[in-house]
Write a protein that binds this ligand. Sequence first.
Ligand SMILES: *Cc1c(COP(=O)(O)O)cnc(C)c1O
Length: 453
Amino acid sequence: MNRRNFIKKGIVGGTSMLAVSKSKAANIWVKSAESSDKPAILGGPKAHAGTWPKWPEWNSATDEKRLLEVMRSGVWSRSKVTDEFEKRWAEMIGAKRALAVVNGTNALNASLAQLEIGWGDEVLVTPYTFIASVSCILLNGAIPVFVDIDPETFQMDPDNIEKKITPRTRAIIPVHILGLPCDMQRIMAIAKKHDLLVVEDACQAWLAEINGKKVGTFGNAGCFSFQNSKNMPIGEGGAIVSDDDEFMDRCYSYHNYGNPFGSTAGQYWAGTVMIGTKLRLTEYQAAIGLAQMERLEQQTEVRNENATYLKSLIAEIPGIVPYRLYDDVTKAAFHLFPFTYHAEAFKGMPRAKFLEALRAEGVPCSGGYTELNKMPFLKNAFESKYFKKFYSAADLDYERYMEENDCPKNEKLCNEQAVWFSQSLLLAPKENMRNIATAIRKIHMNAEAIMKM
Ligand SMILES: *Cc1c(COP(=O)(O)O)cnc(C)c1O
C-alpha cells in the first residue's frame, strides 16, 4: 500500500469511528465473548467488539462559548482568562499560587532554573518516566542521577534514594508516573534530612492525592502538563504551583521576558530585572483549560472507580500483577492503568505477543516506556562544549556514569513486564472493564495454542 492510499484508508477508518462514537456505541456494554471462547488472535470472537471513549472530550454546547468569547474579544495574549485559569488551578490543587506556562516540559525547566539548580549539582530522578523529567536537569547544567524503581508501584523506590546521595546532590524530582503518587512521606523525610530541594513532576497526576493533599503541593514546586493526551488536555499547556511567593514571582518574571513582577520588581525605570524567556499561555488556551477543568474532578472519580474494579478483576489471573498504591494514597489520577506481566505464567509468551493478542481482542494496550537512562541524549550532553567547560573529564566519564546509573528493576519493567491501558479506557462504562478481564483470561487459558501459532 502506498502512502497516499494508507492515509486515505486512515481517513475512512477515522470517519466511521466517529460515526460509531456519535451513536454512543461506546456507552453500551457489548458482551462480546466468554473467557472460554477461542482467543481473537486465533480467529475467535473479540472480547471487546465495541469502541472505547474518544479523547480529548469536547462539549460544543458549553466549551465553544468560552472559546468564541475570547476569539471575538481580540485579547489573545495572556490577560484575564489566564489569570482566572491560574486562580482556579491553584484552588483545585490546593496551592497558594499557580503560574500557567506553555507546557509541562517548560514548567520543569523554569522551576529548576528559579530554584537555581544548575552546574555542579546532581539531581535524583526515576528512569521510569517521560524524557522531560530528565532533560530539565541537563538543560539547567546539572547531572541526573537515576534511582531504581519499585516494580509494584512503578515509582522511584525510596529504599534506593539515600545510597545515591553525594555532597553534590541538590534536589529530588519525584515523578508521580502514570498518575500514581510517589511515596511522598518518605521522599520528603529524606529530602529534609539531607537538605534537598524537591520539584514534583506531576505532569501525569492532576488531582492525585495523599491523605487528601494533592500531589504537586508537597515539594518546593509542582509541575503539570495539559498536553493533548493528558487527563486535563488543552493541546499544549502547563503550570507551576507553589506556596512560595518569592519563587512564584521569579517564575512569573522569568516566563515574561524577565520583566518585573511582584517581589522581583526593581525600580520602575530599571527595566528588565532578570534573565528571562517567554513561556506565556494564550487566552484561548486558558479558555479551553477552564472548560476541561469543569470535567476533571468527575472524570477522575470515574477513572478511580473503574481502575479499582479492573484491578480486582485481573488480580486473580496468574501472571498478572496490577499496580500497588502506597497505603496513604487517597486518590490516583490514572493517566495510565498499569500492571506487570509475568511470562512464566503464560507458558513463556513474550510480552510483545501478549500485547498483540490483547489488541486482537479489541483492547488497546502498550508496553510503555523504554529505558531512559540508556538513551543517547546523555552521551550527547556529556560530549557537549558546555558540559566539558563546567565538568572535569572524570565527571564526564560516560562508562562509569552508565555503570553507576544501572537500574536493573527498571530494565526488566521496561523490556519485559510493564503493560499499560490508556486513561480513556477507564472512562468507559464499568461493564467494559469485564471485557478487558475476559480478554486477558482468554489469552491466559490459551497461552499454549497462541505460542504454537
Ligand atoms: C507529558 C509529561 C511532561 C511534559 O509535558 P509537556 O506538556 O508534554 O511538555 C513531563 N513529565 C511527564 C511525566 C509527562 O508525562
